[in-house]
Design a protein around this ligand. Structure first.
Ligand code: CA
Length: 229
C-alpha cells in the first residue's frame, strides 16, 4: 500500500510519517499543492492524506481539481478547521473522510485502514460488514445468513453506508442518492429512514450500527466485540 502525505508542517510530516511507516505503509511526502499535483501524475497511490492549509494554495481546491480530473483515489483530509461547515465542505469537495487536528495517531491509522478497505470491497457482488451481507444484485440484506426485511429506500441507504463503511457520508450525499431513485427527500425523511434502518439492524443483531456525526451525516461502524464477564 502506497500513501501520499501532503502536509507543510515539517514536524507533523515527521510524526505522522513515523506512525504510518511503522504501521507498514509505503509513504511519500509532499508539502505543497504543486508537489501533490506532480506526484499524483507519476504514481498510482492507494490513499492521499491532505492538509488543507498549504503554502501555495488551498487543499479543498486541490481536491476538487483531482476529482474533476477523474482521480478516484481515497482522500483523507487532516486539518485544524473543525467547524461543521468546514467538515461538510471538505466532504462535498470529494474527500472521503475528515480528521481534525490535533488527533490521536491510532485514530489516524483506523481511518486509513477503513479507507484502504474500500476499493476491494467495491468489486465484490456482496458487501460484508460484521455479520451483515448486502447483495446488491439480488437486493437482499442478510444478518448472520438470515434475511433482513427492508424497503427499497432503506436498502438503498444501507448500501450507500456499507460501500463507504467507516467513513462519514453527508446527509446531502444520502439525499442525492435517494432522490435519483425517484423522489426528493427532506432532511427529516433521511432521519426517519436512518432510524428505521437502525431499528432493523438492531433487531437482526447485525453487529454494525449507524453512528450520527452531528450536523454532518452518518457513518456505518462495526460494533466492538462484546466481552463476556
Ligand atoms: Ca498547513
Amino acid at each position: 500500500m502506497r500513501l501520499l502525505l501532503v502536509e507543510d508542517s515539517q514536524r507533523l510530516q515527521e510524526l505522522l510519517g513515523d506512525s504510518l511507516t511503522s504501521a507498514g505503509y509505503r509513504l511519500d511526502k509532499a508539502s505543497t499543492v504543486a508537489e501533490l499535483d506532480s506526484m499524483i501524475e507519476a504514481v498510482n497511490y492507494d490513499l492521499l492524506i491532505v492538509d488543507l492549509g498549504l503554502p501555495d494554495g488551498d487543499g479543498l481546491t486541490a481536491i476538487r481539481g483531482l476529482r474533476a480530473k477523474g482521480i478516484t483515489t481515497p482522500i483523507l483530509i487532516i486539518t485544524a478547521r473543525g467547524s461543521i461547515d468546514d467538515r461538510v465542505s471538505g466532504l462535498d469537495s470529494g474527500a472521503d473522510d475528515y480528521l481534525i487536528k490535533p488527533f490521536n495517531h491510532s485514530e489516524l491509522l483506523a481511518r486509513v485502514r477503513a479507507l484502504l478497505r474500500r476499493p476491494s470491497d467495491l468489486h465484490g457482488p456482496i458487501l460484508k460488514r460484521g455479520s451483515l451481507e448486502f447483495d446488491d444484485a439480488k437486493g437482499e440484506v442478510r444478518s448472520g445468513g438470515k434475511l433482513v426485511e427492508l424497503r427499497l429506500s432503506e436498502r438503498r441507504l444501507l448500501g450507500t453506508l456499507m460501500r463507504r463503511s467507516g467513513t462519514v457520508v453527508t446527509k446531502a450525499a444520502i439525499e442525492e442518492g435517494l432522490s435519483q431513485f425517484g423522489r426528493e427527500l427532506s432532511s427529516n425523511a433521511v432521519e426517519a429512514l436512518v432510524s428505521r434502518v437502525r431499528k432493523a439492524l438492531a433487531e437482526a443483531g447485525s453487529e454494525v450500527s449507524i453512528e450520527t456525526v452531528r450536523g454532518v451525516g452518518y457513518r456505518l461502524v462495526e460494533d466492538s466485540p462484546k466481552t463476556n464477564g
